[in-house]
Design a protein around this ligand. Structure first.
Ligand code: FAD
Ligand code: NDP
Length: 475
């Protein structure tokens, strides 16, 4: 009989925590998971899922206008925001219930409340102390809002999912995933969107051609993209917000979304008191099996501030559970993890950016196609698609693949398997295309140019999903 109440207590029932709890319990461990909010965490409640539902909705406005060229007469389309939010809420509630059932069926005990550590083997929930052999921190992260005058008037991505009405004008600060995705969402629904980024071009660390192409397409759709500027102050009068930018100009808007990165959720968790050495931003440093410097305490997912993606948290949880309670597991390979920004249009990548490849491979070459998809010929839609392959000529291996255009994520997911298998350009060329598709361009590219270091040369290798943080950075 164990001297502990549980073998494992997981704090946080999000993507990583639910998977780690279920798998560990299925391997025979006695597991409890502590959750202070809704089951499923960020991804299910205020992240990937509701965001993607909104992206689907936003894209429909273009479908209506595209339809005319194919002979359809579409009555003037009307959009009702509260219907979208109510339907989205119902779907999320359905998913919350499924997560509850999954935990129950796996024999995981759910403790509802905020968990805090009181020592390396004790977690307190609602004033009651539970002892445990191991503790897994899977508490995720939260939006970071910098300090500036009037910063109390800005909202974060969490708020976007529960707005009572569609704002007429939106100002978005930031140039990462969330900023680009919400710029596309609000633009698609018909709001006037201004997006600010403090540097010369948004999506720092992504492939330069892809960033530039996406920026051009967003401007064509009417998004007011402003680079080399930032929010300096926000003044509120009634419902109106007046934003002073760092370049001195002013923008009047109805809503300000700050999408300026996220910080790990470790405040007040009791980690430092339990002896865990945290990074400056509160992230938990861990080894290849997610163990912290305190042997009984582990961490995975966003709280470790590495690749902040749901499939990564899930994969880490599988390794964690397999290693500690299953038949063993190899450490996760962080190379060639694909990623997509679900903007309008979407941008998807796997492998190295051109700038990274040019630094790692002296004979890297690049194949690029920039074309108007077939659908545009009748619809009149002038959106262009970009496809790009980066090849190391010395080995003929395809080391990077990037796309901006409809369904980019769906297409690049398949190519990620090819890159994971070390596919060569000759093997891409020997693959017969599916005609007529946009995806077939990836197997018919014939003209190359040498890779150049580009703007991405300032980016240290290994800080971005394109590279996987454990590879060329040497850490
Ligand atoms: P989370 O899912 O955040 O779970 C952490 C859980 O811990 C939460 O439920 C929280 O309530 C709980 N918790 C925290 N502290 C305590 C405590 N003390 N006691 C009890 N419970 C606690 N990723 C993608 O792959 N694709 C996407 O399209 C995508 N879109 C996104 C869109 C947005 C707007 C955001 C914000 C994120 C998006 N992400 C996306 C990232 C993805 O959501 C995260 O990488 C993923 O959820 C991380 O899982 P996690 O288990 O580490 O943390
Ligand atoms: P990101 O790290 O993607 O982007 C943060 C942005 O904010 C960057 O453009 C950054 O600029 C800027 N920024 C940081 N600090 C400031 C500041 N003080 N003033 C002005 N701008 C600032 O973070 P997000 O919040 O967009 O998303 C968090 C993470 O969630 C993502 O990294 C991603 O891993 C995950 N996510 C994934 C999605 C997906 O898979 N589709 C969708 C949404 C989120 P700079 O580059 O100059 O530092």
């Amino acid at each position: 009989m164990s001297r502990f109440d549980f073998d494992l207590m997981v704090i946080g029932a999000g993507s990583g925590g639910v998977r780690a709890s279920r798998m560990s319990a299925q391997y025979g461990a006695r597991v409890a998971v502590v959750e202070k909010s809704a089951l499923g965490g960020t991804c299910v409640n205020v992240g990937c899922v509701p965001k993607k539902l909104m992206v689907y909705g936003a894209r429909m406005s273009e479908e209506f206008s595209d339809a005319a060229g194919f002979g359809w007469t579409v009555p003037p389309a009307k959009f009702d925001w509260p219907t979208l939010i109510a339907n989205k809420n119902a779907e999320i509630a359905r998913l919350n219930a499924i997560y509850g059932t999954l935990l129950e069926k796996a024999g995981v005990r759910l403790l509802e409340g905020r968990g805090t550590l009181t020592d390396p083997h004790t977690v307190e929930v609602n004033g009651k102390a539970y002892t445990t052999g191991r503790i897994l921190i899977a508490t995720g992260n939260k939006a970071f809002v910098p300090e500036f005058p009037g910063s109390e008037h800005v909202m974060t991505s969490n708020d976007m999912f529960f707005l009572p009405a569609l704002p007429k004008r939106v100002l978005i600060g930031g140039g990462g995933y969330i900023a680009v995705e919400f710029a596309g969402i609000f633009n698609g629904f018909g709001a006037e969107v201004t997006q600010l980024y403090r540097g010369p071009l948004f999506l720092r660390g992504f492939d330069d051609d892809a960033r530039q192409h996406l920026a051009k397409e967003m401007v064509k759709k009417g998004i007011d993209l402003r680079f080399n500027t930032n929010i300096a102050r926000v003044d509120k009068t009634g419902d109106a917000l007046s934003i002073t930018l760092s370049d001195g100009s002013k923008v009047e808007t109805g809503l300000v979304l700050a999408a300026m990165g996220r910080v790990p959720n470790t405040d007040g968790l009791g980690l430092e008191e339990a002896g865990v050495a945290l990074k400056e931003n509160g992230a938990v440093p861990i080894d290849a099996y997610y163990q912290s410097n305190v042997p009984s305490i582990y961490a995975l997912g966003d709280v470790t501030d590495r690749l902040q993606l749901t499939p990564v948290a899930l994969a880490e949880a599988m390794v964690f559970a397999g290693h500690l309670y299953g038949k063993g597991a190899e450490p996760l390979d962080y190379d060639n993890i694909p990623y997509t920004v679900f903007g309008l249009p979407s941008l998807a990548s796997v492998g190295l950016t051109e700038a990274e490849a040019s630094r790692l491979y002296p004979n890297a070459v690049v194949y690029v196609e920039d074309f108007r998809p077939m659908k545009g010929t009748l619809s009149g839609n002038d959106e262009r698609t970009l496809m790009k392959l980066i090849v190391d000529q010395d080995t003929d291996r395809v080391v990077g693949c990037h796309m901006v255009g409809p369904d980019a994520g769906e297409i690049v997911q398949g190519l990620a398997i090819a890159l994971k298998c070390g596919a060569t350009k000759a093997q891409f060329d020997a693959t017969v295309g599916i005609h007529p598709t946009a995806a077939e361009e990836f197997v018919t590219m014939r003209t190359s140019r040498p890779a150049i270091s580009g703007a991405g040369k300032d980016m240290p290798l290994g800080v971005h999903p394109a590279h996987g943080q454990a590879s060329a950075a040497g850490d």
